[in-house]
Write a protein that binds this ligand. Sequence first.
Ligand code: SF4
Length: 215
Amino acid sequence: MISANAKRFEKIVRRLEKAMPEAKIALDYDDEIQLLVSVMLSAQSTDAVVNTVTPALFARFPTAAHYARSSPDVIGQLIKRVGLWRAKSRNLHAAMKKIANEHGGKLPKTREELRELPGVGWKTAGVVVNHAFGTPAFPVDTHVGRVARRLGLTRQEDPDKVEKDLSKLLAPALWGRAHQLLIWHGRRTCDARRPHCSRCVVRSLCPRRGVKESD
Ligand code: SF4
């Protein structure tokens, strides 16, 4: 039997889809390796900043083997505008080395295998399988977690636990899209400091849990 929360969540997703059909990943990439690199760089940084460094990075390193043959220092010089660039250049080099040596230069296809790469967590792996292979996953970032809690879809703070709650409520075919829509809704309307509830398209479906101030 479908729970009331599951029905409500599906309605929320449909309304958000209607309001933001253009919602899509904001990172620029042309292939699966570039997608992984961009998502790795985007942790603790904005997509806009990542998009300013990746054209030169992708031109210099067209394949995983090119990164593997280089060094963290050389990679680091090209990503200095991105937060945590030192750790990211080390992780990028190590991850690409593993892809080149153990996966024939191709991106591993499962979330579990991707998570084995240095610097790739469960969330990053979920975003990558969603976009690269269309594999259902519901990665939870700061926006997804906050919006889901306010909507009363979870009480959890831990992203993996939030993901479990949300995945149970929605059909797998909708996970990837719901993930993207909640991110955009969090950025545009359900602001972390002061959500814009008066102009929110899902206001009538939202208990506004934990919201003290809004406009
Ligand atoms: S009604 Fe307010 S708290 Fe609920 S989703 Fe909309 S903006 Fe967020």
